[in-house]
Write a protein that binds this ligand. Sequence first.
Ligand code: NAI
Length: 337
Amino acid sequence: MKPELRFVDRVVIVTGAGAGLGRAYALLFASRGASVVVNDLGGSRHGDGNSSKVADAVVNEIRKNGGKAVANYDSVLDGAKIVKTAIGAFGRIDVIVNNAGILRDKSFSKMSETDWDLVQNVHLKGAFKITQAAWPYFVKQKYGRIIVTASNSGLYGNFGQVNYSAAKMGLIGLANTLAIEGQSKNIHTNIIIPTAASRLTEDVLPPEIFEQLKPELIAPVVVWLCHEKCMENGSIIESALGWAGKCKRRKNYTDCGKSKLYFSHVIRSSGSVLRPNLSSNVTPEDVEERWSAITDMSTAKHFDSIAEVTGEFLVTIDAMKSGNFDPQNSVIVKRSY
Ligand code: NAI
């Protein structure tokens, strides 16, 4: 058995950690020894209002389990204040998980400038502000791990989410460049594309898979990506259901008579199932162990739409129900439909 991945003397900020995915990340980091800043302004799903309750509840839960955490209630737009909370409470900062998010869905013709600006601000500008405030610390200590949270809505588009899709693709651009600028300084930036049951997705995801999409199944992937042993940098990792895979841009061409038209599109690895059945958990060590299968692009394929990607989750659930995957590396070997 692999030794447990620990975060001794590491300080982690998780934004939007009062609920959903962020809460699951904060709890797992703390259980692995990290000191955690639980940031959340406690607003509504559309970004209105604020409350200290959700961040406090997660901090209390961590402390009750014997972990170390402090709350921060600032908006990610006040990134410097959140980093200051980490430095004030724990004296350093090692990891930032940019996770806070809101939705303001409208079809394009009805999208107001306010809906556009609020979504761009929380997702994209918020990640810029907090990451830039932490960057000098990362450079000085020659160490840092950054996660940005993108979405299949950005990769493939999704009706009613022009503001959100644009912000999520903006985050991929941000991460691509941070990965280049940070490489020589041991600062790694990766992108997570989650699909999880939360208040953001309760009326969006198919009910038959909603209860299987636990945020706790994605947290081990994010925790592994932020560990000092993980050398991945600049990658897009998708995860849901206790499965993970890697997405990449691929150059392709189509023949147009005498000339060739070049284009680039996104492909996704077959990835790896990370648990033997639907009732098992996933650990960061499971992710570490299967990393080469997760990132193996040899059988990668292109998806045309978010509906196709969601449909593939049904195949994964079926594979887990029937044990219909290769036990050596957990790649799904047979489709059941
Ligand atoms: P959630 O609504 O459960 O959690 C988001 C948290 O962010 C909330 O607690 C909220 O109060 C907080 N927040 C919002 N604005 C903030 C701000 N300005 N400053 C600080 N905190 C703020 O949502 P969920 O589903 O856990 O989403 C987490 C991230 O994952 C988001 O970035 C979302 O866009 C992304 N995502 C989620 C997917 C899913 O399937 N749940 C799919 C793709 C992306």
